[in-house]
Structures are given as C-alpha cells and as structure tokens.
Design a protein around this ligand. Structure first.
Ligand SMILES: *Cc1c(COP(=O)(O)O)cnc(C)c1O
Length: 474
C-alpha cells in the first residue's frame, strides 16, 4: 500500500515513510492510493473479534511495510484494558471503546477512557509505539515540537513518555489552561518530556512552532517532528473504533448505523468517512460543530470559508474551537473524484486566507452520508442537564455538541452512536455550571493538582525555544 498526496504532485510513499512527517512536499495530505475493501465475509469474520484483533485485521490492510508479527505486537501492547480503564459503571474495559446505551437505538461510544480522558488517546497511544518502532529500525531520533491549549499536548506526552528516540517539547500558554489540564501535563517527570509555559496566548506558542518548522536548516539538523492532527497514523488508528461501535450495536451486516461526531479539525469524522469507504455500513455521518461552525456551513451550503484566529470564538467546548479544519482536504479529495489539480485549485484560495464554493457537488455529499448541525453554549448546557435527568449519565460539553445534533437529525429506527470525545471530569467548570455539581473524577486522579510539577517558563521568543532544544539535544 502506497500513500499519495491530495495535491497530486508528491511521490507515492510507504506508511513508515510518511509516519514521521507532516504535510506532503506539495502541501497536501497523505491518503492511501486506494481504500481496501471489506466484503460481507470480512465483516462477518470481524464481528466477533476483540479490539486488538479487530485493529490488526483493519490496520494490516493499510500498513504493509511493517512485518505482520511486529505490527501485531505494537497493537497488542497499545490497546490494553489497563490503559483504557476509566470506564463507566456497567462497561467492560476489555472492550477498549465500550458503548453505553441511553435508550433504544441511542448509544454513546466511549472513546475517552485512556490516560488523558479524551479520545485523542485512542490514536496517540498507537502513534507513540509506532514512532518508537520505526525510529529504532532506522536508527533515528526525533524532537517533537508542538503547541497545545490542552487536549492534544497531554495526549501526546502520555503517549511519548519514556519512548526511546523521542523527545517532546510542548508549548502551552502560561497560566491559561485549566488547573486539571496543567496538572496532567506538568506532573509528568519523564526525562524526555519538556513542558514549556509561554508568556502569551496559544497563538503566540503556535507561531513559535511555525517559525521553528519554517527554518529548514534547523528543522533538519535537530530532526524536528510533529504529531498534529493531520498525521496519517492518527487518522488510521481512529478507523478501528467505528467498526467496533458498529458491531456492538448491530446483529448482522445488513443493518446500517448513524454516527454523530463532535468535530473541529475533521480528524475524527474523517476516519469515519474512511471506514465507510472501506465498506462499513454507515448511513449518516453527522458532523457536529459548536459556534465555530465553518464545517456546518460547508455541508449546508457547499461554501468552505475558514476563519482566522480573530474570528474564532472561545466556547465551552474548547477543543472544537477551530475555524480551519486541517483534515477536511482529505474528504474533499475524494469528493472531487481524487483530482489533485482540482484540490490545488480550491486550496490556492484557502491557503491565501480565502474561501471556495462547490455548490455543484452538494448532491454528492449525500452519497457520502454527510450531514451536519451546530450547537450553542445554551444548547450544550441544556443537553447536559437533560441527559443527566433522563438517563442519569453525565456527559462533557464536546459530547453534548454531538448528542444535541444527533437528536435533531436522528432516525429512530436506525441505531445512533454518539462519539464521546472527553469525560466530564476534564471540563469541571462547565459541568458545575450545567448541573451545580462537580463531575466524578477517576479516583487515581483525585490528587493530581497537588503533585510536583516540572515546567519551564519562557518568553514568546523563537530564539529561546531554539536554544532550549539545542541544549536538551546534547
Ligand atoms: C480534538 C477534540 C475534538 C475534535 O476532534 P477533531 O478530530 O479535531 O475533529 C472533539 N472533542 C474533544 C474532546 C477533542 O479533544
């Protein structure tokens, strides 16, 4: 299996070649040159598998340059019940992504039982083990540099801690994350993890990362890498739980299901699209946004109009406060018939801060199952309250975005799975606002704010971060 760029001008590469990089040299994103197809017989064979075996069945069709026995080992040490153990009452940690039935044909698909209580652990934990394996094979090392406002940075650090050949330099805005998020990251004492609190806002930290990455000589000399949301390894790992969720709520392969996906960078729902392209019987893929509704606008009107940082709202589902969906190009490539020239034309305007319109393709969107909706802060608060009252289940604000839109667009005769992208403990303040009570926290994290913290405070200076990386690389 080779991987090609959505812009059509980069050479086809193997999985291991694209794993450690970011964008393709032509500015596009990597996708498999074709989607492996699962037949009815495949689906029947997959139906009874546990998460690890299911992951191997799917990933071995997309990753063929890692020997099967090694890939199996990597998967088997990643998806363990003890790593994804923050389950709800009545769920089985062995399921890794268990479902929770709210009522007939309405389920949560729990993706947030990993170490940082958000769905990003599902992919990032696999990425950590894949990185370590590929780097060792190639006798290489990498310095991962990133900026975070919360979820991505902690998921990356918990996945990369202690990994051979990997150092992580994670920039975050000084004193701007929640106490819990700060404690999660800064309490890590591993020698290969460096937390850097930047005196500024998230965009200042992000600009520092961009400046370092744009310095080609520095980037090459210090082997600067990234684990951002466009990484194909993350997308591919996420395909698995769509299958797992489907088998959990259906009895045979003639049934279809709907998925509702709280979306920001379009990474999670892009994996759903790929699962569908591989033959998973999905009816609707529901893209749920918050007030940052660029994707909702596209799926309703055919106009994609990304917004700048100044026009991105800070909401109570902060991990979806994104107005430029970095993975969206992957879907558009399929939508325009895998025509790289057409994608280049569309993004020539997006890359300059503009928009594009493909109204003529609106009818085709339905062929791909996509529909969309958005929610407001008031909607989320109400959804959290109603879910507690009706089902005695507390959900977080991101999951509430998904459930709100799911209830609007649902066909009650078809099973609906709402992806639970974070546990409520991660967003305490919003839960207190909605319910007047503190959400339950896994007992092992009760004391996390009181643990010793390891971090550096730094001016928002590109030279300062470069010097720091140089010093720590010796
Ligand atoms: C990252 C994140 C999302 C958005 O996922 P995308 O892949 O960017 O669409 C939604 N909810 C939570 C809790 C997240 O951390």
């Amino acid at each position: 299996m080779k991987y090609i760029s959505t812009r059509g001008l980069s050479p086809a590469l193997s999985f291991s070649d694209i794993l450690l990089g970011g964008l393709a040299p032509d500015g596009g994103l990597y996708l498999p040159e074709n989607y492996p197809q699962f037949s009815d017989a495949d689906l029947s064979a997959m139906r009874g598998l546990n998460y690890r075996d299911l992951a191997f069945y799917i990933l071995s069709r997309l990753i063929d340059d890692i020997p099967a026995a090694d890939l199996k080992n990597i998967i088997n040490k990643t998806y363990l019940a003890e790593v994804y153990g923050y389950i709800r009452a009545g769920q089985n940690a062995e399921d890794i992504t268990p479902t929770l039935k709210l009522e007939r044909n309405l389920y949560l698909l729990s993706l947030s039982n990993g170490p940082t209580l958000a769905f990003k652990d599902m992919a990032m934990q696999l990425l950590g083990n894949l990185f370590e394996y590929v780097l060792k094979k190639r006798s290489e090392t990498t310095n991962i540099l990133g900026a975070t406002s919360g979820d991505t940075g902690s998921a990356a650090e918990y996945a990369m801690r202690g990994k051979q050949g990997v150092r992580v330099f994670m920039l975050s805005p000084h004193q701007k994350m929640s106490r819990f998020q700060t404690a999660q990251m800064f309490s890590l004492q591993d020698d290969n993890i460096f937390n850097i609190a930047v005196k500024g806002v998230f965009d200042d930290a992000q600009d520092m990362v961009k400046a370092v990455s744009n310095d080609a000589a520095f980037k090459a000399k210090y082997k600067i890498g990234a684990v951002n949301s466009i990484n194909w390894g993350r997308i591919v790992a996420q395909v698995v739980y769509y299958f797992k969720g489907y088998f959990a709520v259906t009895e045979n392969n003639s049934q279809k299901v709907d998925f509702a996906v709280p979306s920001g960078n379009f990474g999670n729902v892009c994996a759903g699209h790929i699962a569908r392209m591989m033959g998973l019987p999905i009816n609707q893929l529901i893209v749920a946004t918050n007030e940052n509704d660029v994707l909702d606008e596209f799926f309703k009107t055919g106009t994609y109009r990304p917004r700048g940082a100044a026009n991105t709202y800070h909401t109570s589902s902060p991990s979806m406060d994104i107005s430029k969906a970095s993975n969206f190009e992957r879907f558009v490539y399929d939508l325009v018939g895998r025509d790289g020239a057409k994608v280049r034309e569309l993004w020539s305007s997006v890359d300059k801060g503009g928009a594009f319109e493909i109204k003529e393709l609106l009818p085709q969107l339905a062929d791909y199952g996509f529909v969309s909706g958005s929610s407001s802060h008031a909607n989320r608060m109400q959804t959290i309250r109603e879910t507690k009252a009706k089902y005695n289940v507390v959900i977080d604000t991101h999951t509430a975005d998904g459930l709100k839109v799911a209830l609007q667009l649902r066909n009650k005769d078809i099973p609906m799975l709402v992806l639970e992208t974070a546990l409520p403990a991660k967003f305490e303040d919003a839960i207190i606002e909605a319910l007047g009570q503190v959400p339950e926290r896994p007992a092992s994290l009760n004391n996390i704010e009181n643990l010793p913290q390891k971090f550096e405070v730094m001016d928002a200076s590109v030279d300062a971060i470069k010097d720091f990386i140089v010093t720590k690389s010796q």
